[in-house]
Design a protein around this ligand. Structure first.
Ligand SMILES: [Zn+2]
Length: 92
């Protein structure tokens, strides 16, 4: 059974150890990461069982986390705002 991470910016999910049905144990850093459009999956490196599903943050979550002082969110927000500004400039 895969755990679902609703809030990407809660820092503890990366380090949380998960035990797979096959007996493998570890955290997200040793799992196999697979990027999708809406989510990122983390699977067991031994049996490819999906262990974690992380919802990608939307812009509101990024803004809120950035306002709370989350460094990663602040970085992402800067990138997003840069992209939005570039978009505005090109349509002008
Ligand atoms: Zn496994």
């Amino acid at each position: 059974m895969a755990g679902i991470v609703e809030n990407y910016f809660r820092p503890d999910w990366r380090m949380r150890a998960v035990t797979c049905v096959c007996g493998w144990q570890g955290d997200s850093r040793s799992m196999v990461m697979q990027l999708h459009e809406e989510v990122t999956d983390y699977a067991c490196p031994d049996c490819e069982n999906t262990l974690l599903i992380v919802s990608h943050p939307d812009i509101e979550q990024v803004r809120r986390a950035a306002a709370d002082g989350n460094a990663e969110a602040q970085q992402q927000l800067a990138l997003v705002e840069e992209a939005l500004a570039a978009q505005r400039n090109s349509t002008r």
